[in-house]
Design a protein around this ligand. Structure first.
Ligand SMILES: [Zn+2]
Length: 412
């Protein structure tokens, strides 16, 4: 991608209301743009990251046997009345009326819709287990939307719903999902702690949150300094010592980045979503649901991976693998940079090429550090004298000269 053509305008100033690092950097580097409180557009740089996170999540869900579906955003009132959540869900629903006066809600979560879909199609234990997931926009009527992408009113979420014949099977799958989530986070450059949590208005008997420790987080997590047992404040209450080993607990701020719920029969019972078991008995389906907010995950990555100059994207979700920067405008330097850009492109490697002529080397470097691509490739008269390019990883201060033909190794 030629930077001269990139739809992005890097800003020197942070948004006035920015309380978190991710909000400041993602706006300044023009990954996202705020349209209204808690409502954001993703620009090309931001959308590339978002799509890469989406792809990692999709791969892991498919590996578990998940089948992808897409459920509507507009959800009819009658479904919400079946479970009694039309008035009680927290935060409250975004409700609208169509021109005929029928009431609908913008879906904040899809237990009702998926249960309705499944009760029409699943009859027997032979149809189970069943895992359905989607990656789609959700709407949350938050009291206060703050922190950039950390707390928003519209956001893409991956939600998977599982249906089982037995509790044992559901709990087995719950454990598999926890492992898949840890892999997803690792691939995104994060190390979460998995803590037992309060099921809230989604409900069910068992629930876990994946917490990433960060000062930007609104949640508090207590971690045992000895056995590493972790829990949130709601779960542990005001205890000062570990419930397992009685050692002292330390409190950390954290961002809730994913949630798992063992729902049991909470939804299937009230919605009559039943199946016939091996013994011929009609039973309610046993369910689980599992969510990850994509935008929040992206912001969390920035909260954890940054320095004073800007973002430091982990390789697997960076918008581009490298930033190619010629720092002089001589025809020799231009020609070498153009050649390298074309050569990498032929190999299927799309780098961000800062081809702008009106920026100084200092300006280009400052923008590159803010945008945060994993590798910086600098071409200058000096490097070309050695038939080389200067290679620097964003996360390190070390630079090295690499022969032009060898550069490909550093950007794959
Ligand atoms: Zn302990």
């Amino acid at each position: 991608m030629l930077q001269s053509k990139l739809f992005a305008k890097v800003k020197k100033e942070s948004p006035k209301d920015a309380e978190s690092v991710s909000h400041r950097y993602l706006v300044r580097a023009d990954f996202i743009d705020q349209l209204a409180s808690g409502v954001y557009s993703f620009l090309p740089l931001g959308w590339r990251v978002h799509k890469r996170i989406e792809e990692i999540i999709r791969q892991e869900m498919v590996l578990l046997g998940g089948q992808e579906v897409s459920l509507p955003v507009l959800t009819p009132k009658k479904l919400w009345l079946e479970t009694g959540r039309w008035e009680t869900i927290d935060p409250p629903l975004f409700k609208i009326k169509d021109r005929h006066g029928s009431e609908l809600a913008l879906g904040p979560t899809h237990e009702e819709v998926i249960t309705d879909l499944v009760r029409q199609r699943v009859n027997s234990y032979r149809d189970l287990p069943l895992y359905l997931f989607q990656i789609q926009n959700k709407f949350r009527n938050e009291m206060r939307a703050t922190g950039g992408l950390l707390r928003v009113r519209e956001f893409a979420m991956k939600d998977l719903y599982s249906f089982h014949a037995t509790k044992e099977d559901a709990i087995n799958f719950y454990e598999k999902i926890k492992k898949a989530y840890l892999r997803i986070f690792k691939r995104c450059g994060l190390k979460p702690v998995c803590v037992e949590a309060d099921p809230g208005t989604i409900g069910g008997e068992l629930s876990h949150e994946f917490m990433v420790l960060s000062d930007a987080g609104e949640d508090k997590v207590l971690i045992c300094q000895k056995c590493k047992c972790a829990g949130n404040i709601e779960k542990f209450g005001n205890v000062k010592s570990c419930p397992k080993c009685k050692s002292s607990l330390k409190q950390f701020s954290s961002i809730e980045s994913a949630h798992a719920f063992y729902l049991g029969t909470k939804y299937s019972q009230v919605m009559s979503a039943n199946f016939t078991d091996k013994d011929g008995k009609i039973k309610p389906l046993i369910m689980g649901c599992y969510g990850i907010g994509l935008g929040r995950l992206m912001a969390t990555v920035v909260e954890v991976n940054h320095d004073k100059k800007g973002i430091i994207w982990p390789k697997e979700i960076a918008p581009f693998p490298a930033h190619l920067i010629p720092i002089e405008n001589s025809s020799k330097v231009r020609k070498a940079a153009n050649g390298l850009y074309r050569d990498l492109k032929k190999r299927g490697i799309e780098v961000l090429y800062d081809d702008r002529r009106d920026k100084t080397a200092g300006e280009k470097f400052a923008e590159a550090d803010l945008i945060g691509l994993p590798v910086r490739l600098v071409v200058s008269e000096k490097t070309l004298a050695k038939n080389s390019v200067e290679v620097k990883e964003r996360k390190s201060d070390k630079v090295k000269l690499v022969k032009i033909k060898q550069v490909v190794k550093y950007v794959q």
